[in-house]
Design a protein around this ligand. Structure first.
Ligand code: LFR
Length: 485
Protein backbone atom coordinates (compact mmCIF):
# COMPACT_ATOMS: atom_id res chain seq x y z
CA UNK A 1 0.00 0.00 0.00
CA UNK A 2 1.43 3.35 -0.99
CA UNK A 3 1.52 6.16 1.50
CA UNK A 4 -0.25 8.66 -0.81
CA UNK A 5 0.51 11.57 1.50
CA UNK A 6 3.65 13.25 0.29
CA UNK A 7 4.83 16.56 1.71
CA UNK A 8 7.33 18.75 -0.08
CA UNK A 9 9.21 21.51 1.69
CA UNK A 10 10.57 23.85 -0.97
CA UNK A 11 12.58 26.83 0.24
CA UNK A 12 13.92 29.35 -2.22
CA UNK A 13 15.90 32.53 -1.65
CA UNK A 14 12.75 34.63 -1.38
CA UNK A 15 10.05 32.28 -0.02
CA UNK A 16 9.32 28.81 1.21
CA UNK A 17 6.32 26.50 1.08
CA UNK A 18 5.07 23.27 2.51
CA UNK A 19 2.94 21.50 -0.09
CA UNK A 20 0.88 18.36 0.17
CA UNK A 21 0.80 16.12 -2.85
CA UNK A 22 -1.64 13.27 -3.42
CA UNK A 23 -2.10 10.84 -6.27
CA UNK A 24 -5.74 10.46 -7.22
CA UNK A 25 -7.30 8.91 -10.32
CA UNK A 26 -4.00 8.91 -12.15
CA UNK A 27 -3.34 12.60 -11.52
CA UNK A 28 -1.16 14.42 -9.06
CA UNK A 29 -2.82 17.13 -6.98
CA UNK A 30 -1.21 19.78 -4.86
CA UNK A 31 -2.42 21.66 -1.85
CA UNK A 32 -0.39 24.48 -0.38
CA UNK A 33 -0.36 24.06 3.38
CA UNK A 34 1.97 26.80 4.46
CA UNK A 35 3.85 29.65 2.79
CA UNK A 36 6.45 31.86 4.41
CA UNK A 37 8.91 34.54 3.45
CA UNK A 38 12.66 34.06 3.20
CA UNK A 39 15.57 36.36 2.56
CA UNK A 40 19.01 37.03 3.87
CA UNK A 41 19.61 39.87 6.29
CA UNK A 42 22.63 41.89 7.24
CA UNK A 43 24.08 41.19 10.68
CA UNK A 44 27.33 42.86 11.80
CA UNK A 45 28.21 43.51 8.18
CA UNK A 46 27.58 39.88 7.15
CA UNK A 47 24.74 38.66 4.94
CA UNK A 48 23.14 35.64 6.64
CA UNK A 49 20.11 33.35 6.49
CA UNK A 50 17.93 32.82 9.55
CA UNK A 51 18.15 29.04 9.61
CA UNK A 52 16.32 28.60 12.93
CA UNK A 53 13.39 30.58 11.55
CA UNK A 54 13.31 28.31 8.50
CA UNK A 55 13.36 25.19 10.65
CA UNK A 56 10.51 26.66 12.73
CA UNK A 57 8.50 27.24 9.54
CA UNK A 58 8.89 23.58 8.57
CA UNK A 59 7.52 22.54 11.96
CA UNK A 60 4.62 24.97 11.54
CA UNK A 61 3.88 23.49 8.11
CA UNK A 62 3.91 19.96 9.50
CA UNK A 63 1.62 20.98 12.33
CA UNK A 64 -0.80 22.48 9.82
CA UNK A 65 -0.67 19.26 7.79
CA UNK A 66 -1.73 17.35 10.88
CA UNK A 67 -4.61 19.76 11.44
CA UNK A 68 -5.70 19.13 7.85
CA UNK A 69 -5.86 15.40 8.50
CA UNK A 70 -2.42 14.11 7.50
CA UNK A 71 -1.55 11.52 10.17
CA UNK A 72 1.20 9.76 8.33
CA UNK A 73 3.34 10.96 5.45
CA UNK A 74 6.70 11.12 3.81
CA UNK A 75 8.56 14.41 3.58
CA UNK A 76 11.20 15.75 1.20
CA UNK A 77 13.12 19.01 1.46
CA UNK A 78 14.76 21.11 -1.22
CA UNK A 79 16.42 24.52 -0.98
CA UNK A 80 18.84 26.69 -2.90
CA UNK A 81 22.37 25.30 -3.12
CA UNK A 82 25.95 25.96 -1.92
CA UNK A 83 25.33 27.45 1.57
CA UNK A 84 26.29 25.46 4.65
CA UNK A 85 26.06 25.06 8.40
CA UNK A 86 28.90 24.05 10.75
CA UNK A 87 28.26 21.75 13.72
CA UNK A 88 30.49 21.26 16.74
CA UNK A 89 31.15 17.92 18.47
CA UNK A 90 27.92 18.21 20.41
CA UNK A 91 25.99 18.60 17.18
CA UNK A 92 25.28 22.28 17.84
CA UNK A 93 25.50 24.94 15.19
CA UNK A 94 28.63 27.10 15.11
CA UNK A 95 28.32 30.68 13.88
CA UNK A 96 25.97 32.14 11.32
CA UNK A 97 24.87 30.67 8.01
CA UNK A 98 26.37 32.93 5.37
CA UNK A 99 24.23 33.78 2.36
CA UNK A 100 25.90 33.16 -0.98
CA UNK A 101 25.44 36.79 -1.97
CA UNK A 102 27.75 37.92 0.84
CA UNK A 103 30.66 39.70 -0.87
CA UNK A 104 33.31 37.85 1.19
CA UNK A 105 34.06 35.60 -1.79
CA UNK A 106 34.82 38.46 -4.19
CA UNK A 107 38.23 37.62 -5.63
CA UNK A 108 38.34 34.24 -3.82
CA UNK A 109 38.42 32.13 -7.03
CA UNK A 110 41.52 33.99 -8.27
CA UNK A 111 43.24 33.46 -4.91
CA UNK A 112 42.33 29.78 -4.69
CA UNK A 113 43.39 29.05 -8.26
CA UNK A 114 46.92 30.21 -7.48
CA UNK A 115 47.17 26.88 -5.63
CA UNK A 116 45.24 24.71 -8.09
CA UNK A 117 44.21 26.00 -11.50
CA UNK A 118 40.58 26.31 -12.50
CA UNK A 119 41.27 23.83 -15.29
CA UNK A 120 42.38 21.19 -12.77
CA UNK A 121 39.39 21.87 -10.56
CA UNK A 122 37.06 21.75 -13.57
CA UNK A 123 38.50 18.45 -14.77
CA UNK A 124 37.80 16.96 -11.36
CA UNK A 125 34.41 18.50 -10.64
CA UNK A 126 32.93 19.67 -13.95
CA UNK A 127 31.41 22.58 -12.01
CA UNK A 128 31.24 26.15 -13.31
CA UNK A 129 33.09 28.88 -11.54
CA UNK A 130 30.71 30.98 -9.47
CA UNK A 131 32.47 32.94 -6.77
CA UNK A 132 29.91 31.80 -4.20
CA UNK A 133 30.43 28.05 -4.65
CA UNK A 134 31.03 26.29 -1.31
CA UNK A 135 34.63 25.62 -2.33
CA UNK A 136 35.35 29.36 -2.41
CA UNK A 137 33.18 30.12 0.63
CA UNK A 138 35.09 27.57 2.72
CA UNK A 139 38.37 28.93 1.36
CA UNK A 140 37.66 32.32 2.95
CA UNK A 141 35.84 30.99 6.04
CA UNK A 142 37.30 31.65 9.50
CA UNK A 143 39.96 28.92 10.09
CA UNK A 144 39.22 28.46 13.78
CA UNK A 145 35.52 27.88 13.12
CA UNK A 146 36.32 25.37 10.40
CA UNK A 147 38.70 23.49 12.66
CA UNK A 148 36.09 23.35 15.40
CA UNK A 149 33.54 21.97 12.93
CA UNK A 150 32.98 18.26 13.34
CA UNK A 151 30.40 18.33 10.57
CA UNK A 152 29.83 20.56 7.57
CA UNK A 153 26.29 20.28 6.23
CA UNK A 154 24.57 21.99 3.34
CA UNK A 155 21.31 23.71 4.28
CA UNK A 156 18.86 20.87 3.49
CA UNK A 157 21.22 18.34 5.10
CA UNK A 158 21.13 20.46 8.25
CA UNK A 159 17.32 20.60 8.16
CA UNK A 160 17.25 16.80 7.76
CA UNK A 161 19.56 16.48 10.72
CA UNK A 162 17.35 18.68 12.88
CA UNK A 163 14.26 16.76 11.87
CA UNK A 164 15.44 13.20 12.16
CA UNK A 165 18.94 13.30 13.63
CA UNK A 166 20.54 11.71 10.56
CA UNK A 167 23.76 13.07 9.05
CA UNK A 168 23.91 12.70 5.28
CA UNK A 169 25.31 14.65 2.37
CA UNK A 170 22.71 14.58 -0.40
CA UNK A 171 24.52 14.18 -3.69
CA UNK A 172 22.68 16.57 -6.07
CA UNK A 173 23.25 19.47 -3.73
CA UNK A 174 26.73 18.32 -2.68
CA UNK A 175 27.81 18.54 -6.33
CA UNK A 176 27.23 22.32 -6.23
CA UNK A 177 29.96 22.64 -3.59
CA UNK A 178 32.45 22.23 -6.49
CA UNK A 179 34.20 19.70 -4.27
CA UNK A 180 32.87 16.40 -5.65
CA UNK A 181 34.97 14.47 -8.12
CA UNK A 182 32.66 13.11 -10.80
CA UNK A 183 35.00 10.22 -11.54
CA UNK A 184 35.43 8.93 -7.98
CA UNK A 185 31.87 10.03 -7.14
CA UNK A 186 32.99 11.39 -3.78
CA UNK A 187 34.55 14.49 -2.22
CA UNK A 188 37.88 15.14 -3.92
CA UNK A 189 40.90 14.58 -1.68
CA UNK A 190 43.07 17.30 -3.30
CA UNK A 191 40.34 19.89 -2.86
CA UNK A 192 39.81 18.85 0.75
CA UNK A 193 43.56 19.11 1.36
CA UNK A 194 43.67 22.53 -0.27
CA UNK A 195 41.00 23.72 2.17
CA UNK A 196 42.67 21.97 5.11
CA UNK A 197 39.54 19.89 5.69
CA UNK A 198 39.04 16.20 6.47
CA UNK A 199 36.78 13.87 4.54
CA UNK A 200 35.16 12.94 7.87
CA UNK A 201 33.81 16.48 8.25
CA UNK A 202 31.37 15.74 5.43
CA UNK A 203 28.82 12.96 5.89
CA UNK A 204 28.57 10.07 3.44
CA UNK A 205 26.83 10.89 0.19
CA UNK A 206 23.25 9.73 -0.22
CA UNK A 207 21.23 9.73 -3.42
CA UNK A 208 17.71 11.07 -3.90
CA UNK A 209 15.12 8.53 -2.85
CA UNK A 210 16.97 7.23 0.21
CA UNK A 211 14.91 6.93 3.38
CA UNK A 212 16.71 8.96 6.01
CA UNK A 213 14.52 8.25 9.02
CA UNK A 214 11.45 9.19 11.00
CA UNK A 215 10.97 12.69 12.38
CA UNK A 216 12.21 12.60 15.98
CA UNK A 217 9.61 11.48 18.52
CA UNK A 218 10.24 14.48 20.77
CA UNK A 219 9.45 16.89 17.89
CA UNK A 220 6.32 14.93 16.99
CA UNK A 221 5.08 15.05 20.60
CA UNK A 222 6.10 18.60 21.40
CA UNK A 223 4.70 20.15 18.21
CA UNK A 224 1.82 17.81 17.45
CA UNK A 225 3.22 16.62 14.10
CA UNK A 226 2.09 13.78 11.86
CA UNK A 227 4.15 10.60 11.86
CA UNK A 228 6.54 11.39 9.13
CA UNK A 229 9.38 9.67 7.36
CA UNK A 230 12.04 11.89 5.82
CA UNK A 231 13.06 10.87 2.31
CA UNK A 232 16.05 12.47 0.74
CA UNK A 233 14.60 14.42 -2.21
CA UNK A 234 16.86 15.90 -4.89
CA UNK A 235 17.59 18.54 -2.25
CA UNK A 236 19.02 21.10 -4.64
CA UNK A 237 15.95 23.02 -5.82
CA UNK A 238 17.21 23.13 -9.39
CA UNK A 239 17.69 19.35 -9.40
CA UNK A 240 14.08 18.96 -8.29
CA UNK A 241 12.88 21.55 -10.82
CA UNK A 242 14.49 19.72 -13.73
CA UNK A 243 12.95 16.43 -12.58
CA UNK A 244 9.63 18.25 -12.74
CA UNK A 245 10.02 19.31 -16.39
CA UNK A 246 7.09 17.74 -18.28
CA UNK A 247 9.17 16.82 -21.31
CA UNK A 248 8.96 13.90 -23.68
CA UNK A 249 11.51 12.52 -26.10
CA UNK A 250 14.79 14.25 -26.85
CA UNK A 251 16.15 17.62 -28.06
CA UNK A 252 14.60 19.71 -25.35
CA UNK A 253 16.23 22.22 -23.10
CA UNK A 254 14.98 23.69 -19.86
CA UNK A 255 14.92 27.06 -18.27
CA UNK A 256 14.25 26.88 -14.56
CA UNK A 257 13.08 30.40 -13.94
CA UNK A 258 13.07 31.74 -10.40
CA UNK A 259 15.50 33.96 -8.52
CA UNK A 260 18.01 32.49 -10.97
CA UNK A 261 17.51 31.45 -14.56
CA UNK A 262 19.13 28.07 -15.08
CA UNK A 263 19.39 27.18 -18.74
CA UNK A 264 20.55 23.78 -19.83
CA UNK A 265 20.00 20.22 -20.93
CA UNK A 266 19.80 16.91 -19.11
CA UNK A 267 22.58 14.45 -19.88
CA UNK A 268 23.65 10.97 -18.90
CA UNK A 269 27.32 11.91 -18.61
CA UNK A 270 29.20 15.06 -17.64
CA UNK A 271 30.62 17.14 -20.47
CA UNK A 272 33.94 18.65 -19.38
CA UNK A 273 35.40 19.60 -22.76
CA UNK A 274 37.69 22.58 -23.11
CA UNK A 275 34.87 24.58 -24.71
CA UNK A 276 32.49 23.69 -21.85
CA UNK A 277 35.11 24.89 -19.39
CA UNK A 278 35.90 28.08 -21.31
CA UNK A 279 32.22 28.94 -21.54
CA UNK A 280 31.86 28.06 -17.85
CA UNK A 281 29.12 25.42 -18.14
CA UNK A 282 28.41 23.25 -15.15
CA UNK A 283 27.67 19.56 -14.68
CA UNK A 284 25.55 19.41 -11.55
CA UNK A 285 24.50 15.97 -10.44
CA UNK A 286 20.87 15.09 -10.90
CA UNK A 287 18.64 12.37 -9.53
CA UNK A 288 18.81 8.84 -10.92
CA UNK A 289 22.14 9.13 -12.69
CA UNK A 290 21.44 12.31 -14.68
CA UNK A 291 23.59 15.41 -14.97
CA UNK A 292 22.40 18.96 -15.47
CA UNK A 293 24.59 20.66 -18.01
CA UNK A 294 23.65 24.28 -17.52
CA UNK A 295 24.54 27.87 -17.04
CA UNK A 296 23.45 30.21 -14.22
CA UNK A 297 21.98 33.45 -15.34
CA UNK A 298 20.73 36.25 -13.16
CA UNK A 299 16.96 35.73 -13.20
CA UNK A 300 13.89 37.19 -11.50
CA UNK A 301 16.22 38.52 -8.79
CA UNK A 302 16.56 41.62 -10.98
CA UNK A 303 12.84 42.38 -11.06
CA UNK A 304 12.29 41.16 -7.48
CA UNK A 305 14.73 43.74 -6.19
CA UNK A 306 13.34 46.55 -8.34
CA UNK A 307 9.84 45.68 -7.13
CA UNK A 308 10.95 45.65 -3.50
CA UNK A 309 12.67 49.02 -3.90
CA UNK A 310 9.36 50.43 -5.20
CA UNK A 311 7.78 49.22 -1.92
CA UNK A 312 6.00 46.35 -3.68
CA UNK A 313 3.69 48.92 -5.28
CA UNK A 314 3.07 46.61 -8.28
CA UNK A 315 2.50 42.87 -8.55
CA UNK A 316 4.73 40.84 -10.88
CA UNK A 317 1.78 40.52 -13.27
CA UNK A 318 1.33 44.30 -13.31
CA UNK A 319 5.03 44.81 -13.96
CA UNK A 320 4.83 42.42 -16.91
CA UNK A 321 1.81 44.34 -18.27
CA UNK A 322 3.57 47.67 -17.84
CA UNK A 323 6.65 46.29 -19.59
CA UNK A 324 4.51 45.11 -22.51
CA UNK A 325 3.20 48.67 -22.91
CA UNK A 326 6.68 50.27 -22.77
CA UNK A 327 8.93 50.97 -25.75
CA UNK A 328 10.79 47.77 -26.73
CA UNK A 329 14.57 47.34 -26.68
CA UNK A 330 15.20 50.92 -25.57
CA UNK A 331 17.91 50.12 -23.01
CA UNK A 332 19.65 46.83 -22.24
CA UNK A 333 21.76 45.52 -19.37
CA UNK A 334 24.20 42.57 -19.29
CA UNK A 335 22.16 40.50 -16.81
CA UNK A 336 25.08 38.44 -15.54
CA UNK A 337 27.34 41.38 -14.71
CA UNK A 338 28.60 41.13 -11.13
CA UNK A 339 27.37 44.65 -10.41
CA UNK A 340 23.83 43.18 -10.31
CA UNK A 341 24.75 40.38 -7.89
CA UNK A 342 23.90 42.24 -4.69
CA UNK A 343 23.94 46.01 -5.24
CA UNK A 344 22.78 48.35 -2.46
CA UNK A 345 19.96 49.40 -4.85
CA UNK A 346 19.16 47.40 -7.97
CA UNK A 347 17.20 50.26 -9.54
CA UNK A 348 20.22 52.52 -9.27
CA UNK A 349 22.58 49.81 -10.53
CA UNK A 350 20.42 49.41 -13.66
CA UNK A 351 20.07 53.13 -14.24
CA UNK A 352 23.79 53.63 -13.60
CA UNK A 353 24.69 51.03 -16.22
CA UNK A 354 22.36 52.58 -18.81
CA UNK A 355 23.76 56.03 -18.12
CA UNK A 356 27.40 54.88 -18.37
CA UNK A 357 26.76 53.00 -21.60
CA UNK A 358 25.06 55.99 -23.22
CA UNK A 359 21.57 54.45 -23.33
CA UNK A 360 18.31 56.11 -22.28
CA UNK A 361 17.93 55.78 -18.51
CA UNK A 362 14.74 53.85 -17.59
CA UNK A 363 12.65 56.14 -15.41
CA UNK A 364 9.31 54.47 -14.75
CA UNK A 365 8.61 51.02 -13.28
CA UNK A 366 7.38 49.92 -16.72
CA UNK A 367 10.60 51.09 -18.40
CA UNK A 368 12.73 49.34 -15.78
CA UNK A 369 10.74 46.13 -16.17
CA UNK A 370 10.98 46.35 -19.96
CA UNK A 371 14.73 46.87 -19.76
CA UNK A 372 15.05 43.79 -17.51
CA UNK A 373 12.81 41.50 -19.60
CA UNK A 374 14.30 42.58 -22.95
CA UNK A 375 17.76 41.93 -21.53
CA UNK A 376 16.75 38.57 -20.09
CA UNK A 377 15.31 37.43 -23.42
CA UNK A 378 18.49 38.46 -25.26
CA UNK A 379 20.57 36.76 -22.63
CA UNK A 380 18.54 33.51 -23.01
CA UNK A 381 19.21 33.78 -26.72
CA UNK A 382 22.98 34.02 -26.16
CA UNK A 383 23.02 31.03 -23.82
CA UNK A 384 20.67 28.78 -25.76
CA UNK A 385 22.79 29.26 -28.88
CA UNK A 386 25.97 28.73 -26.89
CA UNK A 387 24.52 25.62 -25.24
CA UNK A 388 23.86 24.12 -28.66
CA UNK A 389 27.36 24.98 -29.80
CA UNK A 390 29.00 23.46 -26.72
CA UNK A 391 26.92 20.25 -26.72
CA UNK A 392 26.68 19.91 -30.51
CA UNK A 393 22.98 19.17 -30.00
CA UNK A 394 20.16 21.06 -31.73
CA UNK A 395 17.33 21.96 -29.44
CA UNK A 396 13.78 21.92 -30.75
CA UNK A 397 12.05 23.38 -27.73
CA UNK A 398 12.63 25.01 -24.41
CA UNK A 399 10.60 24.14 -21.30
CA UNK A 400 10.24 27.05 -18.92
CA UNK A 401 9.35 25.95 -15.39
CA UNK A 402 9.13 27.79 -12.08
CA UNK A 403 7.60 31.17 -11.28
CA UNK A 404 8.89 32.69 -14.54
CA UNK A 405 6.54 30.37 -16.48
CA UNK A 406 3.73 32.67 -15.31
CA UNK A 407 5.25 35.63 -17.07
CA UNK A 408 3.53 35.28 -20.43
CA UNK A 409 5.10 38.48 -21.71
CA UNK A 410 8.66 37.23 -21.11
CA UNK A 411 7.83 33.75 -22.43
CA UNK A 412 6.48 35.15 -25.72
CA UNK A 413 9.34 37.63 -26.04
CA UNK A 414 11.86 34.83 -25.46
CA UNK A 415 10.17 32.56 -28.02
CA UNK A 416 10.32 35.43 -30.56
CA UNK A 417 13.97 36.30 -29.94
CA UNK A 418 15.08 32.64 -29.78
CA UNK A 419 12.94 31.63 -32.75
CA UNK A 420 12.09 28.52 -30.75
CA UNK A 421 8.91 27.04 -29.30
CA UNK A 422 8.57 27.60 -25.58
CA UNK A 423 6.45 25.39 -23.34
CA UNK A 424 5.71 27.17 -20.10
CA UNK A 425 4.76 25.36 -16.93
CA UNK A 426 4.28 24.03 -14.48
CA UNK A 427 5.26 26.82 -12.14
CA UNK A 428 5.47 24.24 -9.37
CA UNK A 429 8.09 22.07 -11.07
CA UNK A 430 10.43 22.14 -8.07
CA UNK A 431 7.78 20.86 -5.70
CA UNK A 432 6.70 18.30 -8.28
CA UNK A 433 10.26 17.02 -8.69
CA UNK A 434 10.58 16.80 -4.92
CA UNK A 435 7.33 14.81 -4.70
CA UNK A 436 8.30 12.63 -7.68
CA UNK A 437 11.36 11.34 -5.82
CA UNK A 438 9.19 10.44 -2.82
CA UNK A 439 6.69 8.66 -5.06
CA UNK A 440 9.45 6.74 -6.82
CA UNK A 441 10.95 5.79 -3.42
CA UNK A 442 7.51 4.63 -2.34
CA UNK A 443 7.02 2.54 -5.49
CA UNK A 444 3.92 4.54 -6.51
CA UNK A 445 5.60 5.44 -9.79
CA UNK A 446 8.50 3.80 -11.57
CA UNK A 447 10.96 6.38 -12.80
CA UNK A 448 11.62 9.91 -14.03
CA UNK A 449 9.80 9.42 -17.31
CA UNK A 450 6.68 8.18 -15.56
CA UNK A 451 6.92 11.17 -13.21
CA UNK A 452 7.19 13.56 -16.16
CA UNK A 453 4.25 11.94 -17.93
CA UNK A 454 2.20 12.22 -14.75
CA UNK A 455 3.13 15.89 -14.36
CA UNK A 456 2.23 16.60 -18.00
CA UNK A 457 -1.19 14.97 -17.50
CA UNK A 458 -1.84 16.77 -14.23
CA UNK A 459 -0.85 20.39 -14.92
CA UNK A 460 -1.40 22.84 -17.75
CA UNK A 461 1.51 23.65 -20.03
CA UNK A 462 1.19 26.71 -22.25
CA UNK A 463 2.81 26.78 -25.69
CA UNK A 464 4.36 29.97 -27.11
CA UNK A 465 5.12 29.70 -30.82
CA UNK A 466 7.79 32.12 -32.04
CA UNK A 467 6.45 35.10 -34.00
CA UNK A 468 8.70 36.16 -36.85
CA UNK A 469 11.04 39.01 -35.97
CA UNK A 470 12.70 41.32 -38.45
CA UNK A 471 16.07 39.65 -39.06
CA UNK A 472 17.94 42.97 -39.39
CA UNK A 473 16.57 44.17 -36.07
CA UNK A 474 17.42 40.87 -34.39
CA UNK A 475 21.00 40.95 -35.68
CA UNK A 476 21.34 44.52 -34.46
CA UNK A 477 19.98 43.64 -31.01
CA UNK A 478 22.26 40.62 -30.70
CA UNK A 479 25.29 42.74 -31.64
CA UNK A 480 24.24 45.45 -29.19
CA UNK A 481 23.73 42.91 -26.41
CA UNK A 482 27.15 41.34 -27.08
CA UNK A 483 28.83 44.74 -27.00
CA UNK A 484 27.55 45.37 -23.47
CA UNK A 485 30.07 42.84 -22.17
C1 LFR B 1 18.41 28.33 -7.62
C2 LFR B 1 19.79 27.96 -7.11
C3 LFR B 1 20.79 27.74 -8.23
C4 LFR B 1 22.06 27.98 -7.49
C5 LFR B 1 21.71 29.19 -6.70
C6 LFR B 1 22.52 29.44 -5.49
O1 LFR B 1 17.55 28.57 -6.56
O2 LFR B 1 19.75 26.81 -6.31
O3 LFR B 1 20.73 26.49 -8.85
O4 LFR B 1 23.17 28.18 -8.34
O5 LFR B 1 20.35 29.01 -6.36
O6 LFR B 1 22.35 28.43 -4.56
Amino acid sequence: MHMNHYLAVDIGASSGRVIWGTLREGALRLQEIHRFGNGFHEKDGKFCWDIEYLFGQILTGLQMAKTLGVDECTLGIDTWAVDYVLLNRKGERIGEVFAYRDPRTNGAPERLHRHLSFQEVYEKTGIQQLSFNTLYQLFVHDREELEAAKHILLVPDYLHYRLCGVLASEATNASTTQMLNWQTQDYDSDLLALLGLQRSQFPDLVRPGVRLGAVLGELVREHGLPRCEVISAATHDTASAVLGVPAQGTSWGYLSSGTWSLIGVEREHPLTSRLAMERNYTNEWGAFGTYRFLKNMMGMWLIQQVRKEADDAYSFAELAEMAAAAEPFRSLIPCNDSRFMNPPKMTEAIRGFCRESGQPVPATAGELARCIFDSMALSYDVYVRELQEVTGERLKQLHVVGGGANNGFLCQLSADVLGMAIYAGPTEATVLGNLAVQMIADGAIRDIQEARDLIRRSFPVRAYAPRPMDSGLLAELRAKYRSLG
